[in-house]
Ligand binder design. Structure first.
Ligand code: GLU
Length: 297
């Protein structure tokens, strides 16, 4: 079987304990399948990126014995590929310009009586779907329902997660016409990730559980662009002491790699893998985990 996996960090800071779990899981899965493992720097959201964080991450990974099997791809250099994808969607009439500000979207939502849960983006009410009504174009959005109708995609969209099992999401109602290119001209994560996973021939995606919710819309985009859908597995998150997911945004500590084996042991434990005794050579520990991971599949 051809297997190409990847770890796709955003260089917004150094790796923390949670991101090492995702890195290790994707690496172990690739190794257990005798596959390739690629690292891709998702540096499209330039205002959030920190100069030098890419090198820090690569160095941290290397200290843990995790090295990309091919040169690292940088999303900041992929403008043309994203533009081509957007042009394809526009030519099919599946993408449209949107002139709404965030405030306008939220006001429309409020008028419709919709409240928004914490940490969720407002479902776009479709204001500009049939024209800009004199507004200046700001962002580009996918006309999700039209893609679904034209391609006769299932609603809700269903997919299988290797760990979480059957998943489903009604993309038009739960997510709405999501952004492909942002009002500030930057490419949206959803478009970039789908274009790059296909460009790199990724067959298996193993990533943190917090990204599960993005998968259905990525599958819709893959269908719209005529790209293959990889297999998906979302791994458990490491929670901080306050019970919230560890993230750079909520101040998770950078990994202390004075002792890489200890950091790896913690990540392995989060994945339900056996702990290896202190002073185990790292290569040996990684081999134990590859075997244990492979046996569990
Ligand atoms: N760059 C994304 C993040 O760090 C991960 C993308 C992915 O694995 O699909 O949250």
């Amino acid at each position: 079987m051809t297997y190409i996996g990847r770890f796709a960090p955003s260089p917004t800071g150094p790796l923390h304990a949670g991101s090492l779990v995702a890195a290790l899981a994707s690496w172990l899965d690739a190794r257990a399948h005798n596959g390739q493992w690629l690292v891709r720097m998702e540096d499209v959201d330039t205002p959030r990126c920190i100069p030098g964080a890419d090198q820090t991450i690569l160095q941290q990974l290397k200290l843990c014995g995790l090295v990309s099997d091919a040169p690292v791809m940088y999303q900041s250099q992929r403008n043309e590929a994203y533009q081509t994808a957007l042009d394809t969607l526009i030519a099919k009439d599946w993408a449209y310009p949107c002139g709404c500000s965030r405030k306008e979207i939220e006001d429309t939502q409020a008028q419709l009586g919709h409240t928004r849960e914490r940490h969720t983006a407002a479902v776009y009410p479709g204001t500009c779907r049939d024209g800009l009504n004199g507004k200046a174009p700001r962002a580009w959005r996918l006309n999700v329902q039209r893609v679904i109708d034209d391609l006769q995609l299932p609603t809700p969209m269903t997919w299988q997660d290797r760990l979480l099992g059957d998943q489903r999401q009604d993309v038009p109602h739960e997510v709405g016409d999501f952004v492909l290119r942002r009002a500030d001209g930057l490419w949206a994560y959803q478009l970039a990730v789908v274009v790059d996973d296909a460009a790199q021939g990724i067959t298996h995606i193993v990533r943190g559980e917090d990204l599960t919710d993005n998968t259905a819309r990525q599958i819709v985009l893959q269908r719209a662009l005529g790209l293959p859908t990889p297999s998906y597995m979302h791994t458990p998150l490491v929670l901080g002491e306050n019970g919230e997911k560890l993230s750079k945004q909520n101040g998770a500590q950078a990994l202390d790699l004075a002792n890489p084996l200890q950091a790896l042991n913690q990540a392995a434990q989060a994945l339900g893998l056996p702990a290896t005794p202190a002073h185990t050579p790292m290569v040996q520990a990684l081999t134990v985990w590859i075997d244990a991971w492979g046996a569990a599949q």
